[in-house]
Design a protein around this ligand. Structure first.
Ligand code: SAH
Length: 238
């Protein structure tokens, strides 16, 4: 299936980058290793805020190979998951089938999804994706429209600081080579103040920001107050 990306809030070069390495989505030591590493942390955080996911309608925006979508489905959520990289979705679908998980994967942008569904969601997650789109504020506006009243939104992205450039671009891409060169563009990193401004302009309420901090010495991530690199924003709809 081909889609006309003209005028969409989609950067085709970004989609191509993810498509090219789609076969590695489920390799825990492959190019998506950092996402596998942070997944238990962000899952715990989400479960802590939402409680029981059983029967909840959940949308995962920019789902990739489904690392987060699957763990949310396993926790009982009724998951719809969208992405613009067809290769990633193929991998996601096969993997979910192998694990007997019923996830509704769709090749759609969130803007398109909003136009074509009457479904409204209890929970929306959009993790590590906003820094890859031309206009992140549009994603947030669409999530706001797709949420039910009292719905919960979880966004995660990367702060635009000297430390994030050093750690996530120079360190992770060039020195340690944990992730492919060119994965991140520093200028597209998002300051918490910018994110909060978009959230509030969409009529949503930011509740909490929490850092996903990398501990160099013990080589692991943990949640904490320091939001100068990766962070999660927990947001609700009034
Ligand atoms: N959310 C997943 C994957 C993050 S990688 C996780 O955290 O595990 C970023 C993903 O965003 C990629 O799969 C990429 O294809 C997707 N993406 C980038 N731009 C997009 C857009 N405009 N619409 C939907 N998905 C997009």
């Amino acid at each position: 299936m081909s889609i006309n990306h003209h005028n969409l809030n989609v950067d085709q070069q970004e989609i191509d980058k993810f498509s090219a390495i789609a076969s590695e989505w489920w390799d825990p030591d492959g190019k998506f290793k950092p996402l596998h590493t942070i997944n238990p942390l962000r899952l715990d955080y989400i479960l802590n805020k939402t409680g029981n996911l059983q029967g909840k309608h959940l949308l995962d925006v920019g789902c990739g190979g489904g690392i987060l979508s699957e763990s949310l489905a396993k926790a009982g959520a009724n998951v719809t998951a969208i992405d613009m990289a067809e290769q990633s979705l193929s991998i996601a679908k096969i993997h979910a089938q192998q694990n007997q998980l019923n996830i509704d994967y769709r090749l759609e942008s969130v803007e398109h999804h909003l136009q074509h569904t009457t479904q409204r969601y209890d929970i929306i997650t959009c993790m590590e994706m906003l820094e890859h789109v031309p206009e992140p504020s549009s994603i947030i506006r669409c999530c706001a429209a797709l949420l039910k009243p009292q719905g919960q939104l979880f966004l995660s992205t990367i702060n635009r600081t000297h430390k994030s450039r050093l750690l996530l671009i120079i360190g992770a891409e060039y020195v340690a080579r944990i992730i492919p060169k060119g994965t991140h563009d520093f200028n597209k990193f998002i300051r918490p103040s910018e994110l909060i401004d978009w959230v509030e302009k969409s009529g949503l309420k930011p509740i909490e920001l929490v850092g996903m901090e990398y501990r160099l010495l013990s080589n692991h991530f943990e949640l904490g107050p320091n939001i100068d690199t990766n962070y999660i924003a927990y947001i609700t709809k009034p």
